[in-house]
Design a protein around this ligand. Structure first.
Ligand code: TXA
Ligand code: MG
Length: 340
């Protein structure tokens, strides 16, 4: 299959129309969202959704997020709409928040991975919204990477992974948030954070009160354990290079540790790069976690170009957006942390 590269910059609404037509015909299109690029298909077309799993090499039991453009689109998909969803939607939709609710019979089992719940997100990205509205469909869309590799934040990343496997990619520039949406389950007695993101735990709690944090957000799951969010049990975000996190409060201790291992590389903030004598990949700015989140996946993709066996990164804090960075990096590192 030849993957067509559509450009919103060059062709505007004509590119949107073409993407929408492909989706209506049951094809797959990589589309930009404010978080990462998604691999979209008609969520109500079982064949099209099955092709998402094939194109990504994604395990069948890992459910997909359904993307909508307005609150009215939610009602047919949900069996029940908790009041907490309405409260959170008022604050954070459209935006990088995914909410899990009991699903209606309209949502095919292939979308929910056999679960009786469905994950819903209303993106804020102008192009994503236009594609949803133009197609008139709810769009199932996981991140548009090969399963296991870092999520894509540019059209080039999508092409690098999926060229020849999908009908088209709609280029809309690089994604502003850079890490995937915050995922919260509202399907049980208490709200549970399943995946941290740009919308922070603190922000969620300021609207609906206490939110539990699923164990898999911070810790490695037992192979046997049943994951509340199936995606969390799989290897994730991994470059080919081994990543090791270094936990320390001291910039100079980190620099010294890394510089003492000349065969390695490092992921560091722009302001720190000159302090290293080993090859580096820059990821965001110091004391600016939003910029670090935005550049994280691109940095993880660049790491392999250093051609080193091991690349070190500083272990992030766990407050605010840092929690999202920690959650991704700890998986990229296979939970390997060295404390200084
Ligand atoms: O920002 C995002 O969320 C991006 C863009 C494209 O919207 N999408 C994305 O999708 O990251 P994906 O498939 O890469 O991650 C979805 C996560 C997975 O960990 C999956 O297991 C979880 O959400 N998930 C989806 N439906 C679920 C459900 N019903 N119950 C529990 N977890 C669910
Ligand atoms: Mg993903």
């Amino acid at each position: 299959m030849i993957t067509k590269l559509l450009s919103y910059n060059n062709d505007g609404d004509a590119a949107i129309n073409e993407a929408a037509e492909i989706l209506k015909a049951g094809g797959l299109v990589g589309i930009p969202t404010e978080t990462v690029y998604g691999l979209a298909a008609n969520a109500l077309n079982e064949n099209a959704v099955a092709n998402i799993f094939k194109a990504k090499g994604r395990p069948q039991d890992n459910p997909l997020i359904v993307h909508i453009a307005q609150l009215d689109d939610l009602m047919p998909l949900a069996d029940e709409v908790p009041f907490t969803l309405i409260q959170l939607a008022q604050h954070f939709w459209p935006g990088p928040l995914t909410m899990i609710v009991p699903k209606s019979d309209l949502v095919p089992d292939v979308v929910s991975g056999g679960l009786d719940t469905v994950a819903i997100r209303m993106p804020s990205h102008e192009i994503a919204r236009k594609v949803i509205m133009q197609s008139g469909l709810p769009l199932a869309a996981p991140s548009a990477n090969l399963s296991g590799s870092p999520s894509p934040t540019t059209a080039k990343h999508v092409m690098d992974d999926l060229n020849g496997r999908i009908e088209a990619v709609l280029d809309g520039g690089s994604c502003a948030v850079g890490v995937e949406s915050t995922v919260i389950s509202l399907a049980g007695e208490t709200p549970v954070l399943l995946r941290p993101g740009y919308i922070t735990l603190e922000q969620l709690e300021s609207v609906i009160g206490h939110v539990s944090v699923d164990k898999a957000v911070l810790d490695k799951l037992d192979v046997q354990a049943k994951a509340a969010s199936p995606g969390m049990k799989y290897k994730h975000y991994s470059p080919k290079t081994k990543i090791v996190l270094i936990k320390t409060d001291s910039d100079s201790a980190f620099e010294q540790y890394v510089n003492n291992q000349p065969d390695c590389g490092v992921i560091c903030c722009a302001e720190q790069k000159d302090n290293f004598t080993v090859p580096y990949v820059v990821c965001g700015h110091i004391n600016d976690p939003a910029s670090q989140a935005q550049e994280l996946f691109d940095a993880l993709r660049q790491v392999d170009e250093l051609n080193k066996n091991t690349v070190f990164a500083r272990c992030p804090d766990k407050d605010g957006i840092n929690l999202a960075i920690y959650n991704r990096l700890i998986r990229a590192a296979g939970f390997e942390v060295v404390s200084l």
